[in-house]
Design a protein around this ligand. Structure first.
Ligand SMILES: NC(=O)c1ccc[n+]([C@@H]2O[C@H](COP(=O)([O-])OP(=O)(O)OC[C@H]3O[C@@H](n4cnc5c(N)ncnc54)[C@H](O)[C@@H]3O)[C@@H](O)[C@H]2O)c1
Length: 266
């Protein structure tokens, strides 16, 4: 029996027709919420989301400030308010070092993944101020927590997003607006489908030994969006099967011969 934490709530979700965004929309609806999805593509997702009457779609590009403004205004016009913004849309960059990175592509990744939060928040926050409260959840990544080979634009966009989230969180804490980030580790979604053989290597390097299904990360998104997280703001919550807890050191237990281990009985 699902909880009903989002009964009567209007949730604006970017990137809601695939992966984590889609899984979160399904759970928001299951818990009584009404979702307004902004995405590049509809992908007939509304057919698959539980109560179809509680899902609305707006085609738009989060990298365009005018689309962000129009989409949020359309949400407020249609549903009368905006209680929660979940910004999930993003683009993964191709693997590259900085000297080899296409300049226009670098600017596009920063624009789509980082500037989009600015475009959305500058419209959403005044609406939430008018309503007297609100919640924003942004989507960072474990790629924001440390450098990762071959992902300079993506890592920078996600790290920048986290500090933008923190700045807004402290500026608007007294407006009764909570702003946090979910930082997933590797998830099995369309975004990572192209990894091929590499997927197994990545999964093996995660302490829990596997990637996440988007549904289990979505449960943490809903936690941050709900009143269960009422005293949390400015926080980047990692959901990664232990990936960030690992220093990168080799597994000493496998490398050190048994006779040299203090717990050895021989
Ligand atoms: N998959 C992973 O391993 C992983 C890991 C860490 C963080 N993340 C983050 O999680 C979020 C969701 O990723 P996912 O794996 O579900 O990816 P996904 O590709 O399944 O979904 C991304 C969605 O965003 C939409 N989108 C992309 N660019 C857009 C734009 N300019 N305007 C509007 N919509 C746009 C896509 O159409 C798609 O529906 C992203 O922010 C991603 O960076 C993913």
């Amino acid at each position: 029996m699902p909880a009903h934490r989002f009964e009567g709530k209007t949730i604006f979700v970017t990137g809601g027709t695939s992966g984590l965004g889609r899984a979160s929309c399904a759970q928001f609806i299951e818990e009584g919420g009404e979702v307004f999805i902004m995405d590049l593509e509809e992908r007939s997702v509304l057919q698959h989301l539980g109560d179809k009457l509680k899902a609305h779609f707006y085609q738009g590009d989060v990298g365009k400030p005018e689309d962000c403004e129009a989409a949020i205004n359309a949400c407020v016009e249609k549903l009368g308010k905006l209680d929660i913004l979940f910004h999930c849309a993003a683009q993964l960059s191709p693997m590259s070092t900085v000297p080899n990175h296409d300049l226009a592509l670098f600017q596009q990744i920063i624009n789509t993944n980082l500037c989009s939060l600015f475009y959305l928040a500058r419209i959403a926050i005044p609406q939430m101020q008018k309503q007297g409260k609100g919640v924003i959840v942004v989507t960072g990544s474990t790629s924001a927590m440390a450098g990762e080979h071959g992902l300079p634009s993506y890592s920078a966009s996600k790290a920048g997003m986290i500090n933008l989230m923190r700045s807004m969180a402290i500026d608007h804490a007294q407006d009764n607006i909570r702003i946090n980030a979910i930082c997933p580790g590797y998830m099995r979604t369309a975004m990572t489908a192209g990894l091929g053989e590499l997927a197994k290597v990545v999964e093996d390097s995660i302490p829990q030994g596997r990637g996440a299904d988007p549904e289990e990360v979505a449960r943490s998104v809903l936690f941050l969006a709900s009143e269960d997280a009422s005293f949390m703001t400015g926080h980047a919550m990692v959901v990664d099967g232990g990936w960030c807890a690992h220093s990168g050191a080799p597994d000493f237990l496998k490398l050190v011969p048994q006779q040299f281990r203090p717990d050895s009985t021989t």
